[in-house]
Design a protein around this ligand. Structure first.
Ligand code: G1P
Length: 299
């Protein structure tokens, strides 16, 4: 029986250059997806899976993140005095959500380096890593499934998604073996962003991980890899070999809804999809959208 995992680590130190100029003075994690910053969805996902101790690895100019998860008393008082309970609730949502901590990454030397910065806070326990660019639909609880598999197998767990073979070069790619569970595979190898012809499969690692603390020692000695950065994928590759009894690596194959907010086009799609599904916006948005799309074919 392993101890229940309580800690989530969210690397949020990227420069967000794909969204310039929107991200010139604001972290990309604060871009709104409908009416909530992208990062709030990720924290909500962690909390829904029982992880209410959240550590964000941040860069410079990330004060907006700290402010968002803190109280804003003057706004709360103003809404309370107007009796606007609904908005007051919305304001408090993010500060009441979780116990949020921050650590600076210092030199941005890659995802593996960011995860290593969590070592002091996490200690000798397993923990989850959630990457902010991937939003997982709350109706498809991937992280909970991964935590269950971690407890059951005593192993490190990654999330895998079948992608179009040409797109595998944007992800870590996994070599896998089947298990007796059709949704779970054993990971035998990993390659960071391979050229399609060199990829071991079209199973892409997406931004959810349940890591055993042994990853820290391995990351300490992982040399820079792809792009000159310390890659989490390289450390996981070592763990997949189960050297020193780290329990190996298993993958949960995700078949649910995922939205990529790290890419401009996918971000726009995510906003449209999530807004269409909302009770308050969907009924008006959907017919408008259908009509708008139809207008494309008109001369
Ligand atoms: C990172 C990882 C990569 C993974 C991806 C998932 O890459 O290095 O292995 O597939 O996240 O989103 P990044 O997208 O940060 O370049």
């Amino acid at each position: 029986m392993t101890d229940r995992i309580t800690k989530a680590v969210i690397p949020a130190a990227g420069l967000g250059t794909r969204f310039l100029p929107a991200t010139k003075a604001m972290p990309k994690e604060m871009l709104p997806v409908v009416d909530k910053p992208a990062i709030q969805y990720v924290v909500e996902e962690a909390v829904a899976a029982g992880l209410d101790d959240v550590l964000m690895i941040i860069g410079r100019n990330k004060n907006a993140l700290a402010n968002h998860f803190d109280r804003v008393t003057e706004l709360e008082l103003s809404l309370a005095s107007k009796g606007d309970e609904k908005k007051l609730e919305r304001v408090k949502e993010s500060s009441d959500l979780a116990d949020v901590h921050f650590v600076r990454q210092g030199d941005p030397k890659g995802l593996g380096h960011a995860v290593l910065r969590a070592r002091k806070h996490v200690g000798n326990q397993s923990f989850a890593v959630l990457l902010g660019d991937d939003l997982i639909d709350a109706r498809d609880p991937l992280l909970t499934r991964m935590l269950d598999e971690h407890d059951k197998r005593g192993a490190t767990i990654v999330a895998l998604l079948e992608v179009d073979p040409a797109s595998i070069q944007m992800y870590g790619a996994a070599a896998v073996e089947a298990t007796d569970d059709p949704d779970v595979v054993r990971v035998t190898g990993l390659v960071e962003k391979p050229a399609p012809e060199l990829a071991p499969s079209n199973l892409a690692v997406i931004g959810r991980y349940v890591l055993k603390p042994a990853v820290f020692d391995i990351l300490e000695r992982t040399p820079p890899g792809k792009g000159g950065e310390i890659q989490l994928t390289d450390a996981l590759m070592e763990m997949a070999g189960d050297v020193e009894g780290t329990g190996g690596v298993y993958g949960v194959v995700f078949r649910g809804r995922r939205y990529d907010t790290g890419d401009k086009l996918d971000y726009i799609k995510a906003v449209i999809q999530l807004a269409s599904d909302r009770e308050d916006l969907g009924p008006d948005l959907r017919p408008w959208l259908a009509e708008y799309v139809e207008s494309f074919d008109r001369p």
